[in-house]
Design a protein around this ligand. Sequence first.
Ligand code: HEC
Length: 130
Amino acid sequence: MRRVTAFLTLSFALLIAACGGSGSSGASSGGGPGDATAGRTFFASSVCPTCHVITGVPSAVGQVGPKLDGIGTTAATRKPGMSAEAYIRESIENPQALISPGFSAPSPMPPNQATGRDLDNLVAYLVSLK
Ligand code: HEC
């Protein structure tokens, strides 16, 4: 009888471990890498496309800002020592931090149009545009 109890206890423990383990909750912010697919959806339905072209995103036809095609590559060259991910994140949080070549200050781009998990996802999407 003892053995059965021990077995059941162990099974129960394993079950809890399996359920509670490494599941990532989509709603939480700031944790882990973003989801590029969700980022694309967010981008398409946000204010961004009114100012930026991304080829393949039908709504993204705005020409106020630079084309974002290839931004995952370009962004890594903007500031020495700054990764593409960090530059894109900074551009969204604080557009005045670095004015893209060919544009003049102040930037008309509104700051903080994405926050929390939306920002993580948006950054992951833009970084993926190589
Ligand atoms: C009102 C127009 C406008 C909106 C809306 C806008 N942007 Fe911009 N964006 C600009 C302009 C103009 C620049 C270039 C000047 C600068 O560096 O801020 C720019 C620059 C950028 C850059 C840097 C590009 C580079 O090559 O250095 C990124 C990345 C960017 N925007 C992403 C976004 C995202 C993502 C959104 C939506 C959350 C967005 N923008 C919304 C106008 C806009």
